[in-house]
Design a binder for this molecule. Structure first.
Ligand SMILES: O=P(O)(O)OC[C@H]1O[C@](O)(CO)[C@@H](O)[C@@H]1O
Length: 239
């Protein structure tokens, strides 16, 4: 695991965008695994700039997002479909047929998880998976206690996660109770992983990760088994 220290959020975002652009520019086709939340927003802003200012094309890129809330329509402002459209997809020339998220409105959620898992596999797997980290160590929506070999599945969200994400809704009561998330096993299948952490609220989680003890109660520690993980942390997250 390579740990890179950035001075601040802006530098972390620039480093992450450069890392991703390197892959996009050097391969005819690339599959990115994408995350939501506050952390990757600056990275996405920079990817948009690479397209709009430098003319870099995303036509050879396909994407798979980590997760989606159960019960929210794609157009719901709190959905991750909506987040991705607002912050990235609508501003770049990516083919909409090449952007994938789980369908949180599926009638049969188990079937939807199997479909998503199979789609990732049949499309050749993920080249680089971008991850944020929850203050409790969650990756995607895999909460503490999740076995490290899980595939895409439905999860009950931890109260702390619902509280942390209430800022994207009109209040905590509006935050869904369940989500579909790639499993930890699905994430570990990615050929490369780029984990980003910013802010003092992530410092304890980053310390825990760097300590290097695998622990099911700390989902991010599953990454210790992966051969190609880069972690970019800003100064406040590395304290
Ligand atoms: O980047 P944030 O907003 O701190 O969120 C961290 C993590 O929490 C989630 O938003 C889920 O709660 C993940 O998607 C994200 O990686």
């Amino acid at each position: 695991m390579e740990i890179i220290a950035a001075a601040n959020y802006e530098e972390m975002s620039q480093m992450a965008a450069t890392f991703l652009m390197h892959k996009v520019c050097n391969a005819r086709k690339v599959t990115l695994g994408l995350a939501t939340g506050g952390t990757p927003l600056g990275t996405y802003r920079r990817l948009v700039k690479y397209h709009q200012v430098e003319g870099i094309s995303f036509q050879g890129v396909q994407t798979f997002n980590l997760d989606e809330y159960v019960g929210l329509g794609k157009m719901h402002p709190g959905s991750y479909h909506s987040y991705m459209e607002t912050h990235l997809f609508r501003w770049i020339d990516i083919d909409p047929c090449q952007t994938h998220l789980p369908n949180g409105e599926a009638v049969d959620l188990k079937l939807e998880c199997a479909r998503y898992e199979e789609l990732i596999r049949s499309r050749g797997g993920i080249d680089i998976q971008v991850l944020g980290i929850g203050s409790n160590g969650h990756i995607g929506f895999n909460e503490p206690g999740t076995p490290f070999d899980t595939r895409t599945h439905v999860v009950a969200l931890a109260d702390s996660t619902r509280r942390a994400n209430a800022r994207y809704f009109s209040g905590e009561t509006d935050v869904p109770y369940q989500a579909i998330t790639m499993g930890i096993g699905t994430i570990l299948d990615s050929r490369q992983i780029l984990l980003l952490a910013s802010g003092i609220g992530k410092a304890a989680a980053i310390r825990h990760l760097i300590e290097g003890n695998k622990d099911r109660q700390f989902p991010a520690s599953a990454l210790l088994d992966h051969p190609d993980v880069t972690v970019i942390v800003d100064q406040s997250a590395s304290n």
